[in-house]
Design a protein around this ligand. Structure first.
Ligand code: NAP
Length: 244
């Protein structure tokens, strides 16, 4: 009988914040976690911390804005595991120069789109062949309610006042990738969803968020561990489905 394989998960931007906590919770679920990080020292330290906690974790150098780094990571994962069961596109940035469309720094907006949208798209393209080899591949895109077009246009939404054209558009674009990828993968075993973690205390927002990283990791971890093919191509937060 075929031996049940240990699932392997790659989490981008996993050296700190929500990504590190997603890796920890997946590790506790018995999954071998690959800590994607652009900085070797920070990535190794995070993987070491999880190993010290008794989890199976290793570091993979991965800068989501660097095509060579992405290709090397895919190659290393293929060589070590032959497949990938879970991809969490978590790495993301904000930018001080971001702001309303009339005044945001164009360079800041370009960097936001490069890291928060082009990055996950490129990582997904590189990892897709490995995900398709897994018996039940799962992709989770770390989005934000700030990327919801519906909420951006709704004066009663708590997010209505957050006029960050670069950050918000980067997450809207990530949502579009989720919808299109879900359609393209509908006849495969790979399931893809977007997750909003809520407003979380991390370096990204100067620790102004009110949720802890363990609380924030709950939704993306649930989507990463989905047994069934539902939901597929949805945008999910702790309260359920988020309007696009
Ligand atoms: P964080 O603590 O600042 O962590 C961001 C992570 O992304 C870090 O590990 C960072 O690495 C990494 N990263 C940035 N650029 C990268 C690149 N080019 N290549 C690889 N890694 C890169 O932020 P967080 O709050 O945990 O955010 C995680 C995700 O959740 C982001 O996508 C964010 O947009 C999303 N999110 C956060 C909130 C919130 O309230 N915090 C709400 C909604 C969505 P370095 O340490 O090297 O910088």
């Amino acid at each position: 009988m075929e031996q049940e394989h240990r699932r392997v998960a790659l989490i981008t931007g996993a050296n700190k914040g929500i990504g590190l906590e997603i890796a920890r919770q997946l590790g506790r679920a018995g999954i071998a976690v690959l800590i994607g990080a652009r900085d070797t020292a920070r990535g190794q330290a995070a993987a070491g911390m999880l190993c010290h906690e008794g989890l199976e974790a290793s570091f993979v150098q991965l800068d989501v804005t660097d095509a060579d780094s992405i290709a090397r990571a895919a190659h290393a994962i293929e060589a070590a595991h032959g497949r990938l069961d879970i991809l969490v596109n978590n790495a993301g940035i904000n930018e001080a120069g971001d702001g309303p469309p009339a005044s945001a720094s164009i360079d800041a907006v370009r960097r936001l789109l490069e890291t928060n949208f082009i990055g996950p798209l490129a990582v997904t393209q590189a990892m897709l062949p490995l995900l398709l080899r897994a018996p039940a591949g799962r992709i989770v895109n770390m989005s934000s309610s700030l990327g919801s077009l519906a909420m951006n246009g709704d004066p009663s939404s708590p997010y209505y006042a957050a006029r960050l054209i670069g950050y918000n558009a980067s997450k809207s674009a990530l949502n579009m990738m989720t919808v299109q990828l879900a359609q393209a993968l509908r006849d495969t075993q790979v399931v893809v969803n977007a997750a909003c973690p809520g407003y979380v205390s991390t370096d990204l927002n100067g620790h102004t968020g009110y949720l802890s990283t363990p609380e924030a990791a709950a939704v993306p971890v649930r989507l990463a561990l989905l047994r069934d093919r539902q939901p597929h191509g949805k945008f999910i937060d702790a309260g359920g489905e988020v309007p696009w």
